[in-house]
Design a protein around this ligand. Sequence first.
Ligand SMILES: [Zn+2]
Length: 105
Amino acid sequence: MQRVRRDDHVQVISGKDRGKSGRVLAVWPREDRVLVEGLNIATKHRRVQRTRAGAQEGGIIHEEAPLHLSNVMPICDTCDKPTRVGSRVVDGVRVRICRACDAEL
Ligand SMILES: [Zn+2]
């Protein structure tokens, strides 16, 4: 079961953005990677190009880079803390639960 899903609120637990939190924009389950809004900003250098409309594009841009799944923890709505994720079957459906307070995530 996926521990982190799109639109989850997660906290980063290591690296330069340790302690910060944000919304998950995308998840790559096979690569164990997540993209979090406003976190792990990387500075990239793109070739400057002129679009057909005549606007300049490129140069030095800042954008989110994917984080490893092991470096983020979902924040539980109920107890408001970053938590480990458990799972349980409720009415035949596997749901995620907060290990700290046992609420569904
Ligand atoms: Zn909780």
